[in-house]
Design a protein around this ligand. Sequence first.
Ligand code: ADP
Ligand code: MG
Ligand code: MG
Length: 896
Amino acid sequence: TKYVYSFTEGNKDMKDLLGGKGANLAEMTNLGLPVPPGFTITTDACRSYLNLGATPESLDVEVTAQLRAVEQQMGKTLGAAEDPLLVSVRSGAKFSMPGMMETVLNIGLNDESVEGLAAKSGNDRFAWDSYRRLIQMFGKTVLDIDGEHFSKPIEELQHTKGYAGDLDMTTEDLKELVAQFKDVVLRDTGKPFPQDPREQMDLAIEAVFRSWNTDRAAIYRRRERIPNDIGTAVNICTMVFGNMGDKSGTGVCFTRDPSTGHSGVYGDYLVNAQGEDVVAGIRNTLSLADLEKLDKKCYDELVGIMHKLETHYRDLCDIEFTIEEGKLWMLQTRVGKRTAGAAFRVAAQLVDERLITQDEAVTRVTGDQLTALLFPQFDKDADKTIISRGMAASPGAAVGEIVLNNEQAIERTNAGASVVLVRRETNPDDLAGMVAATGVLTARGGKTSHAAVVARGMGRCCVVGAEDLVVDEAAGTVDVKSTGKQFKRGDIIAIDGTTGEIFEGNVPVVDSPVMTYISHGLEAGLAASPDDATKELVEAVDRILTRADSKRHLLVRANADNPEDARRAREFGAQGIGLCRTEHMFLGDRRQLIENVILADTEDERQEAFDALTPLQKGDFEGIFEAMDGRPVTVRLIDPPLHEFLPDLTEMSIKLALKTERGEEITAHEKKVMAAVRANHEQNPMLGLRGVRLGLKIPGLFSLQIRAIAEAYVACKQKGLDPQPEIMVPLIGSVRELQIVRDEATEIFKEVSEASGVEVDLPVGNMIELPRAAMTAEDIAKESDFFSFGTNDLTQTTWGFSRDDVEASFFNEYFDAGVFGISPFETIDIHGVGALVKEGVARGRSAKPELHCGVCGEHGGDPTSIHFFDSVGLDYVSCSPFRVPIARLEAGRAAI
Ligand code: ADP
Ligand code: MG
Ligand code: MG
């Protein structure tokens, strides 16, 4: 295996092997852009290191060869005493994980080469600044020393000398810091800071490999659904220096505004700085317009490169660059993260600019991004007291208690509060708090700061750089400089990630214009848009969703069991109801009626109970058929175990025991209920008397429901409507079960037809939610008009674990152990449960080629699962009403 690739050997499509950063560095190198020479160690090497605990043997040799090549090209030797070559050792996985893993800069400096660098550059301060940065970064990331042991001495020094910031530190100060830092290393690790440049590099490479497994990286991966086992690549890149003085600097930019999507040059630049300084918010940054004034030549070159990259990648790119003494260097690019709104706008703009096709535009946005646009926003007309404002970094409206660190964020969220995490600036250690919070607010940093980048990535509402705020974590206070107002931990504030405004107290929220568009159409959406940018967004969503609708093979239905939900689903574009549960119709006041069914002693008593229920059920169905007029409504016959309609065994026992103790009489009815509770108690109710088994065990129960459906159908017909009910039998395992129900149904249809004079012949189909049903689907299909895959139960019955219990009980251990990366109840387990779906469809259609097949249950609204269902040729997915637009979009993406 080849473990090391020069930047000249790779390209942008080799992300699996070279990671995103490495693949794109190679792409830029081959485009002829100014990238400092370097090479990439593959993810293969990382996986091997993580599995075996040591780097593969041949890695060393390959690294030497590539390093020699770079040394030759640069005419310098790594860490040489005179004019040393310095390199950075940078992490870079297939998927971008900003700030989650490690990078070490200035590798190759030691007590001798620092003098060489100083002499060669004629800049002592720069050389010693680079050396202190090396020991600091190396100490923290490679040697695992507490970062405070380095940041404290810097703070103290600046404090005692009365400095305003890092730029005031003199060469002598920096030399002093280097001495102190070397002591810290010796004290904390028992060994001196390694002076051998190659040893520094090798240790840094291993540290980057190890950083794949830090807690924060693991949390981030779980959130972003990035697989745990792919590992990171390592990039070794010749150092260029933004910290050489006033003609140098480092920056980050986007080819379009990542929060609005508007084209133009957008970015932050910091003079005389290195690496993370820009995003760490140590000083306030300049804009690219300022850079134009400072260094027109570099600015023009940068803008030219931005256009070139955007045309090449045909998408919004983000870029890291450094200017060393008036020479521009490109250090990174990638297709940039963006807000949900920007994703739609950029896609539509790129179509208008004829850079991408309409179909590509559909693939450029995701269901999750659409979800984010449907969230409510602050009511524009509400009374609001503005506290201050910052920069809009990630859109949304967040209202919550002020918390100032991870612990508080997690504690209050667990207690049910919604919280806004307020910090001076964030760093990767704050991730857990950002995950817990509904919103993030920082006092420092720009749109490219850590907080902004991470919040946008996770769709969290975020405002940054609210410089009017002074955050004191220890005191638990947030002071507003301009007004002198003080807020405390626990006070409610509201932040608007779209405008950057910060409000006092509980601000009311309203529907988003995109939501108005989804429910009431384009005109209404445009009318509800407060400004041109929003109008542009609504139009972009409309264009893309319309295209997706025209392309998708899957129909999208909704799960709904009352007229209200049915209407909402229809507004959202549902093409029918794929799952109408009937058990909810037995709750509330009607629980008594179903209890009467269970308690009936004689046929007559039971029939009486059924007769009381029939008209109620008929009324329910009429309402739903009316709301979904002209579209199919799949009604599932009663499914859950009967005990769900009876009191709980333990509670009932205690209640009766207490009565006995108090000497009160237990009534005959209570005795009867208790007996029924006992009789219906099951050890394993999910595998017990439920679904079709109820229909066979309690004669008349299914008939009641089928009759109610048939009569509701007739009633709607007589009103001139076009009802399209389908009867669905749950938990079928054998064709015989279905046959019995079908015979019953045929009989009832005939009776209802004769009584009403309206012809009744409704489709009768079944759910496939047991492995046996999937494996005998060719038999079942003969008696069935349609299949609906109940993937929740199919997951339970295939894995053999109960959904109601396992998620809380051992799933965390399963995630950690890598049994699965995501709950199989959230995204379908393609290899196991998915295989049964595929098999069931194939077998069913082998007997009945036109068999209509769909899926109902949570997976029907999950993007990854939708793509799978499209690939196995299902006809429709059914999901909760709110997810219908998402399913429409994802079904379109799946078809392209
Ligand atoms: P991340 O993935 O967290 O952005 P990077 O590997 O990109 O980490 O590096 C962190 C910072 O150091 C970035 O600002 C990057 O531009 C800078 N950097 C990395 N390598 C070099 C180099 N060879 N010369 C100068 N700056 C560098
Ligand atoms: Mg970083
Ligand atoms: Mg970077």
